[in-house]
Design a protein around this ligand. Sequence first.
Ligand code: E4P
Length: 236
Amino acid sequence: MKILLDTANLEKIREYVDSFPIVGVTTNPTILTREGGSDPVDTLIRIRQVLGKDRELHVQLTETTYKKMIEEAYIITRILGDNTYIKVPVSDVGLKVTKKLTEDGINVTQTAILTATQAMLAAEAGAKYVAPYVSRLDNIMGDGISTIADISEIFVNGGYETKILAASFKTAKQVLDTALAGAETATVSVDIFKKLYEHPITSSSIDGFTNDWTNTYGDTLLELFKKVNPNSHFGY
Ligand code: E4P
């Protein structure tokens, strides 16, 4: 399952995108008000510069009427370039906007998805992604993971090319269950991303290997090899 970062924090994006297999960044109006500084347009342009043109940048509309939403989508796409996805909240106007933008060749992520039927209609309207909100569903006694499983089944049955971009995670286990339920992509905070690879036993195992080696040989394997081949040069 591909992973995007759900943040507008430029420093974190720079740090994580350079070092980890992350295919893009998602933002929403709340994230931008929290992390986007006083000039959200400048922040989004900088995020695009950090991401480069091949990674995905998902930006949510702030307009709420059809004509203005279309206009906003056009300008966002024009300024932020290829691989920009317009996040359109699902609603009657949202579905109309998705249909129109798709016909015009603009990538849409239908967001704020809470039910499988919303996702089905978004796929029919041509959305490239649907973004179901796992924690927001779980918090109202819904079942985020089974909703994702339902959406996945509907997309397979209907032969839709629309992908699931699962969102709104509070635990790493939700991310695992999302992957098992058939989602192709998920967007996570930096904190959740770390939890996907950190494990206390992994850390203690690594410490054990390092201690055993150092106590026996002193030098690392690199240092020992360099003593044997002091003039070797490698193209790294
Ligand atoms: C991403 O597309 C969503 O906007 C985001 O993940 C919502 O997350 P939250 O429920 O933690 O605010």
